[in-house]
Design a binder for this molecule. Sequence first.
Ligand code: ATP
Ligand code: MN
Length: 464
Amino acid sequence: MKTGRKKIIDLLKTPPLGENVTVKGWVRTKRESKSINFIAINDGSVIHNIQAVADLQKFGEEFLKSITTGSCVAVSGKLVQSAGKGQSVEIQAESIDLYGTADPLTYPLQKKGHTLEFLREIAHLRPRTNTFGAVLRIRHAMAYAIHKYFNDKGFFYLHSPIITGSDAEGAGAMFRVTTLDPETPPRTGDGKVNYAEDFFGRETSLTVSGQLEGELAALALSGVYTFGPTFRAENSNTPRHLAEFWMIEPEMAFYDIYDNMDLAEDFLKYLTVYALEHCADDIDFLNKMYDNRLTERLQSVKDATFERISYSNAIDILLKSGEGFEFPVSWGSDLQSEHERYLVEKHFKKPVILTDYPRAIKAFYMKQNDDGKTVRAMDVLFPGIGEIIGGSQREENYDSLYARVKEFGIKEKDLWWYLETRKYGTAPHSGFGLGFERLILFITGMSNIRDVIPFPRTPKNAEF
Ligand code: ATP
Ligand code: MN
């Protein structure tokens, strides 16, 4: 008898023993014995498979032969306690529908144990592996937890635009958005491309950050956050950079840099605890397969008090470390990932929040300190990752901000609306940006950012 479809996660949680059930999913493995076949089925609801036992006489050898790794089936039958090792329950198959076969001669995931590099080349099929199932479920859980965290705190989700007319954010090279024909663009008298004739009547790009718009809303709603895709056309082929990545950017009126640090620390710990509590099966799997210190590391971050030190003190520590860094350390230059990881993994052995960076290496909107040399920036550095959050208290004083805008050579006509918030009812405020994929790297223990997003966009790669 066929019944309504059940998800494997629900069947395994509270198995309705003795009842007829139907599961639908993809065959992970099939074992054959003399009179029966064991078919392991996964439907993506959970990392675990369910085993169906199919009688050779009942279904016929030819039919069972056509069910191979990768094929898609619906199996109905009685759920019983399993005598075999490796699973507690199994389905005694009464009927099997074969939705789709997968030719074992060509199916790329026929065998187990592919490298992550190979799986990147088959991004259309890699969600069918245990690894990507685990990563994608964790990604979902983290996205949900992020919304829950802010919602429970009374923050509002702000939908900042993806197409932007301002190129003043300064966070990285931008992708141009245009409907002009690159072969024959309209030109002005002096031969330049005439963007007045473009779709928006001006030059536009994909956003590198939702922060500036976040600030506009925070200065009205007090606490907001954005959570959307951001785009950076920098040619950085590293295991921690994507050309398209997702960012969470809370922005808060009436927060100074200390409130900002407290929020960032609380937020990251909340997400870590949420993952440990809600993604235990997937984290256990990744801990076993890729990184046997993953669970331990997640626990340690949850229990740690993040170290808070100034950039200047960090430079002293690095200079005295005696480490042979690839990039030299000096006051005034940006920290490289190797420096950040030294501080976190070797020196402090816990997450570090670095503050008060040199003004010359940080964005124009950061609040200037009285020393005339540093700004109220705060970056959160994490084990295995380096920078996971970048944030700051924002410059709320009109004259100081205006001076910085000029210093950076930003045209006032590109940013007049941002400056106006400092003219009308300005307020101390702060915010930060968490790279979603860097968070997922941390939670999953994966080592390449290309393996924590379904379809990575990196230089020379946007096929799937
Ligand atoms: P990095 O120095 O690591 O390149 P950044 O200082 O340019 O980062 P911010 O502009 O401060 O980054 O962006 C905020 C956060 O967004 C970073 O802390 C990081 O988590 C994430 N992030 C930045 N650039 C990328 C990228 N290309 N791919 C994925 N995540 C990124
Ligand atoms: Mn940064």
